[in-house]
Structures are given as C-alpha cells and as structure tokens.
Design a protein around this ligand. Structure first.
Ligand SMILES: Cc1cc2nc3c(=O)[nH]c(=O)nc-3n(C[C@H](O)[C@H](O)[C@H](O)COP(=O)(O)O)c2cc1C
Length: 332
C-alpha cells in the first residue's frame, strides 16, 4: 500500500486517504463501510438502508465492532424522513464520527454532532447553499456536480469546485463521476480536499445488489445515464433501461400538478418519494423487468467487479501515477 495523502479533510477525519465510499440508498452496507474505512478512507451509509430502526442500531454496533477507524452515516434531513432525529441519536450513541446530510437543513445534525465531537459534511450543488451551511457551522461540503449518481447537481465539477472555493473556508469534497485516480488528482488540483465515490462501489463484491445491476454498471456508457424525476420528484440519475424508456423520465402531468399545488404538495411529495423508493428497492434486490437502477456517468469507466479494498488501491495507485505525470508537465 502507498503512503498517505494529506489534505485538510484527511487531517480533520484522521484518515489516510481522502476517499469517502459515498452513502448509497439500497447499496451501502456494513461490509462496504468496514472495508472502506479499513482501506484508509471512510465508509458511509444512509441510515435508511436499515429498516426498521432496530436493524439500523444492530448495523451500527456490528460496523463499530468490526472497525476502529472512523465511519459515517448519511441522514436525509427533509420532511420525508420521519426517523432523522432517532437516526442521529443512535449514531451518536454508537460513536459515529462523520455525518453527511442531504436534501434539507442540516442545522440540528450540526448542533448535535458537534456536542459529540463528530464532523458534518453537507451535500451542496451551488454556492448559495454552500454559504448557508458554512454559516450554520458545517465542517465541510460535498460538492455534488453533474454526472453524479443519485441526485446529481447541474454544474460541471470544473466550475463548481473553484466556484465554491472562492467563498468557502471549509473543506470541499468532490462528488460526481469519480471512478479513476486521475479524476481524483484533477479535483484536488481544482481545490477539493477529498472525493466521495458512489457508482464505482456498486460494482464491488461487497455490494449485495442484484447481479444484473452490477452487470449494467459495467456495460453502460456515460450516454446511457439519464435524469429522471420519477424516482423522488427531484432529478436523479438512472441507467436508461428499456423500462425507464417505457415510463419516461418525467412525472405524469396530473402528478406534477398535484406536486406543485400548495394544497396537495405536502401529501404528494412524500407519496412520490415512497413510490420511487419502492421501485428502486425492487430493481436493486431481485430480478425484475422494472429496472430502475441509480448510477452516474462514471459507469463508462467501470470495467470489472472488484473488492472495496482493490477499488481503493486502484484509485490510490492511479492518483499517484497521475500526479507524477502532471508534475513532468510543469515548466522547466
Ligand atoms: C445508487 C445510489 C444511491 C444513492 N443514494 C444516496 C443517498 O441515499 N443519500 C445521499 O446523500 N446520496 C446518495 N447517492 C449519492 C452519493 O452519495 C454520491 O454523492 C454520488 O454517488 C457521487 O457520484 P458518483 O456516483 O458519480 O460517484 C446515491 C448514489 C447512487 C449511485
């Protein structure tokens, strides 16, 4: 294994490599988290991957018994998540060191996490939101750019990271499209202090998703990724399977009207979420023709299933080669 990579993010988390195994609904599990943290990065998972809550508490205890290295939990902080306070409390009780918040206000998570000495990174897709969370006391942001799996942002990482850098004092972790070490050196050159990698880890031995999903990750090209609002109401990146083509990437007209109307919005948004989550769950766990598979554009560079440890080693080796190649291009 190579030496360490030192950045403000690795210093903050006391880890060897600035690589987060990103939280992925239905994909992240105890094995991925443990292997990622043991590989010198940091493994994270969405609390909601474990339902009911007793299973989540069991998972926290299991992960903590298998690694002494820091781990992270992702909490969806919008109204659709009724479990958020409980999820936070159990994570803190079990000594979780890092929280990743998405889709809402991270205020409560930041306040409670800091009482325990834990750190909080907030998903952001633009400067306005990033400044808000910086003011709230976030320890860093995850800059979710275009090309990402899940709820991708609209802005290219080439612009997003330097843009955030103009006004942020806290570390920026780049997310979106990263599946090769050269991409990691590119975003660190832009000013990021780390990377958060999702899609690449779907094609890992540890991911317990349907084999057809892993195969689709390996076979797909970046052009196979489309944005759909059918999963959660918010644009999400999915593989353009025949089923996605059949149902389309927009909510049906009537649903859209109900979602946007102030009287029905509060019922419709959670309903769309619930229906979308159900279809994702079916497609991820068992063979079905209703294939809605979340993934980002980095599928184009994923060529084989590897273990989490091998993925870390590959990223780090490629990063090292890329930095060396670049330094040979410096001015003589
Ligand atoms: C299958 C899948 C599920 C995801 N689920 C979540 C989630 O539950 N919460 C979250 O904050 N981000 C989620 N994301 C986004 C990732 O945490 C991360 O930001 C993204 O995967 C980075 O882009 P990449 O996939 O191109 O590496 C998901 C991404 C994927 C691919």
């Amino acid at each position: 294994m190579l030496k360490k990579i030192k950045t403000p993010f690795t210093e903050m988390m006391k880890i060897d490599y600035p690589i987060i195994a990103a939280p992925m609904f239905l994909v992240s599990n105890a094995d991925i988290v443990v292997q990622a943290s043991e590989s010198g990065g940091i493994g994270t998972f969405p609390a909601l991957n474990y339902r009911p809550i007793e299973k989540y508490v069991e998972a926290l205890k299991e992960i903590k018994s298998r690694t002494k290295k820091p781990i992270g939990v992702n909490i969806i902080v919008n109204k659709s998540n009724a479990r958020q306070n409980e999820d936070l409390k159990h994570a803190l009780d079990n000594g979780v060191e890092l929280f990743i918040t998405s889709l809402g206000s991270p205020k409560e998570v930041i306040k409670e996490a800091h009482k325990n000495g834990a750190k909080v990174l907030c998903d952001v897709t633009n400067l306005e939101h990033a400044l808000k969370v910086q003011d709230m006391g976030a320890d860093g942001v995850i800059a979710v750019s275009s090309g990402a799996g899940g709820h991708a942002g609209p802005i290219s990482p080439l612009v997003l990271i330097p843009w955030l850098k103009t006004r942020l004092q806290i570390p920026i972790v780049a997310a979106g499209g990263i599946s090769h070490g050269s991409m990691m050196s590119a975003v660190l050159a832009l000013g990021a202090s780390g990377v958060s990698v999702g899609t690449r880890f779907i094609a890992s031995y540890e991911a317990q998703v349907d084999e057809a999903y892993k195969e689709a990750i390996i076979k797909s090209t970046p052009e196979d990724i489309v944005m759909t609002t059918r999963v959660s109401g918010t644009p999400a990146a999915v593989i353009n399977t025949p089923y996605v083509q059949k149902i389309g990437t927009d909510l049906p007209w009537a649903m859209k009207v109900l979602k946007d109307h102030k009287m029905t919005k509060k019922y419709m948004v959670p309903l769309i979420h619930l229906m979308g989550m159900k279809s994702l769950e079916e497609a991820a766990s068992k063979p079905t023709w209703k294939t809605v598979w979340t993934a980002g554009q980095s599928v184009g560079l994923v060529e084989e299933i590897l273990s989490v440890k091998e993925i870390y080693e590959k990223l780090i080796t490629e990063y090292d080669e890329s930095v060396k190649n670049l330094s040979s291009l410096g001015l003589d």
